[in-house]
Design a protein around this ligand. Sequence first.
Ligand SMILES: *Cc1c(COP(=O)(O)O)cnc(C)c1O
Length: 469
Amino acid sequence: MTMPTALSALPPVHEILQSPEGRDCTARHGHAASLACIREVLDECRQRLLAGAAGTGTRESAAGQIAGVALERLDQRHAPAMKRVLNMTGTVLHTNLGRALYAPRAVEAAMRAMTGPLALEYDLDAGRRGQRDDAVQALVAEITGAEAACIVNNNASAILLVLAALAAGRETIVSRGELIEIGGSFRMPQIMESAGTRLREVGTTNRTHLRDYESAIGPDTALLLKVHPSNYQVLGFTHETRCPELLPLARKHGLPLVDDLGSGVLVDLSRWGLPRERSVQDALAEGVDLVTFSGDKLLGGPQAGFIAGRRDLVEACARHPLKRALRLDKVRLAALEATLSLYRDPDRLAETLPTLRHLARRPDEMRAMAQAILPALAAALPASHAPGIAESQAQIGSGALPLETLPSLALRIPAPGASAERIARALRRLPLPVIGRIAEGAVWLDLRCLDDARALVEELPGLAALLDE
Ligand SMILES: *Cc1c(COP(=O)(O)O)cnc(C)c1O
């Protein structure tokens, strides 16, 4: 900051507050915070003038300048930490960037739920208390054929609740190859321990046979659990005992078979040229007693966890005291109802559901965007990092079909060695941060999930200055 004025002409605090910038500052950040920050800036000016800095300008212009500096500082300090970003990682369901985006219809429903009372646990026909999960449960039943469903905070909660309600104090049988860890601190053995069920591992890492399950069943067995390996695959000499094979065994011993599906696909993705994944309907049609899955993965809704299947088992989960602790709030329930209702018109899902729109995005659309952005990107980078358009590999993310990649298109910025991180960092420091990916001596900006190409083009001129910092 250049010194706005001489020491003797420094304006008093109340004059600074009264300047147009000072009034802006108070309007945005309140009197107390503005006053404190103006005092801070004023004090810095005083110190620097005392140390011999040369001041210019009048007392009046100084008031505006000092308030302007305070306003900028407070804008920065009070900016939300959870900034909106541009996901150009090529991972559609990026857990660190918030997974699925709400469909416009879900946004409207969430907004209604946030801003007014709603019939959340209220039966409008009878005029008395109703059940919180009813609306969503009916939709899950309609779409998947499940007898009943129970909705909780996320899929981790769903598994926790199933095990607590159906297997506490007894044994749960799981294949050793399915004792997975999913990012952060979700580890299947630990969830089981928290639920109070004893883990009975069967088989080996790569091979688990029907006879392994059979010989593990005893008087203490409460249920058989299958877990979608989600984020890895065992290749080579492997054997998995699938649900249709396990079911007769479960039936013979009167044990529920529970399948943690992870992602929770409700439609056949192959109609959009995507790899086929076993759906919730597939699992229930096989006869699996209960399935659990997420709301914010391939389903494309808010964070949520589903327990769906046999009515008596779902009811046992819904009655357990943990259900209350894990229940969903009204905003997400409303968004979930709206999201699920989109599945009644599967023909238009790729337009109405952002997750599917991104997954199904066509190469020509991505190429047109890349061409629109390229000149601005090239102009913002030194000639040594001249960007180009390149084919890339996107992925679904969040553990869905981990080895399948989707052919995608990216802006590729050649950046050998340490320059890649320098460029990636400058991109992250743009007003609307751009999150790309570093690989093979380049920074890749994948176009599959970009919705606002114009916002990117408009902010790119600011990149050059950030690269020098
Ligand atoms: C993602 C996943 C979970 C955890 O689901 P959240 O909704 O993130 O709690 C559990 N099991 C499997 C198989 C998963 O893929």
